[in-house]
Design a protein around this ligand. Sequence first.
Ligand code: UGA
Length: 437
Amino acid sequence: MRIGVIGLGFVGLSLASVLGAKNYRVMGFDSDRTKSFEIKNGNPPFYEPKLEDTMRLALKKGFTIEDNISLIVDNCKLIFITVGTPQRKDGSIDLSMVKSVIEQIGKLLKSTKNKPIIVIKSTVVPGTTINTLLPILNKKSSKKIGKDFDVITNPEFLRESMAINDTISPHAIVLGGTKNRFMKSLERFYQKLHKGIPIIITNSQTAELIKYTNNSFLATKISFINQISNICQSIPGANVEDVARTIGLDPRIGSLFLNAGPGYGGSCLPKDVKAIINFSNKIGVNPVLLDAVEAVNDYQLENLVLTIKKALGKIRGKKITVLGLAFKADTDDIRDSVSIKLIRLLLKSGAKITAHDPKAIDNTKRVFGDKISYSDSTYSALEGSECGIIVTPWKEYSKLNEKHLKIMKKRIIVDSRRMLNPNLNMRYYPIGIGKIR
Ligand code: UGA
């Protein structure tokens, strides 16, 4: 069976690579020509563990990158749509890329004999498939949905930095649409691909909502522990690590996503919480809890700056080292990264910034250029520094020791992830641990 994947970002490229490596005949398309060229040549356009090897194997086995989508519409039984739905200023999602792809597919459907299943993996608010995408396809193709083709909503739950593993072994598959032969065929495809993984079949609006519910619940868990972390930080000696570890042992709570820190970032949780808040307001439901989740998240950056001020006194003129630029470890992605926001605030306050990250320096240079300095090792980043701030939990930061502290001008560390041994010879300001005066 031939499979088309339109949009080769984190989701699309991971899916195409995993399927291609498993001998499926995958045809990929991305409107960005430079990106397509790089992929064709075996170079992933972003850093993601295991992606390069999987993608190269897929290319070897026949994963092709197409110049337009007409071959895909003519030949593929499954066409996955994995283009982005970026955030607009009011928090709603920008559907223009999904709509444009759907319009093109609709026009091409008109003249093809193929009867494909169009699988919407892009994150879209409830009702989008039924109210927006289906009418476009109906109009442009003049064909009958459920007879000549079908559309199934199939949200994605993969995490950056774990994209390949999550694509190979997802925790669940959600299929939203009408229970007909097309649905049966997609269900069979997934049963064969992921043996034993639960498949939930529902309507498309529920499938769309499941995606937002999943991400906003994760965001809620993070904001919850961050709220508790702030309480801990104000009680001398109280430690959020012990609190989180203990409540995580209660199976009703679970241990994951209870790491207090500088707040959640990245291209998904902030965007999806904003989108569901915007959507709820539009349909007349007051999203009080989600508003609070967002407010707590925004406060985490403020709390980090307050902690830095407490540690340093004045910020103006101080040489500060920011350790970690990516929104999480094992990625080079800086979209909505707390570090980037922190650097902006510190620059505004007159600090001199040196930044370090094992993977994300090139992306950060595109934002700050020569307004800050960059170091390719933690050691050189801390040389002459008056304060080191750990923002992203890269493993190597937990190895910071006396050797690193010795070359600092002042041995002050603000640690938003509590990674260091507090007994090192330093003035230590861990987020979520109350200082004993
Ligand atoms: C998130 C979801 O976890 C995926 O299931 C989902 O598919 C994806 O969004 C998406 O919608 O595409 P991702 O953005 O890759 O995945 O990253 P997460 O691992 O969820 O981390 C998001 C942020 O939360 C990071 O800034 C991370 O540092 C922070 N975080 C995470 C915490 O502060 N504490 C935690 O305990 C966990």
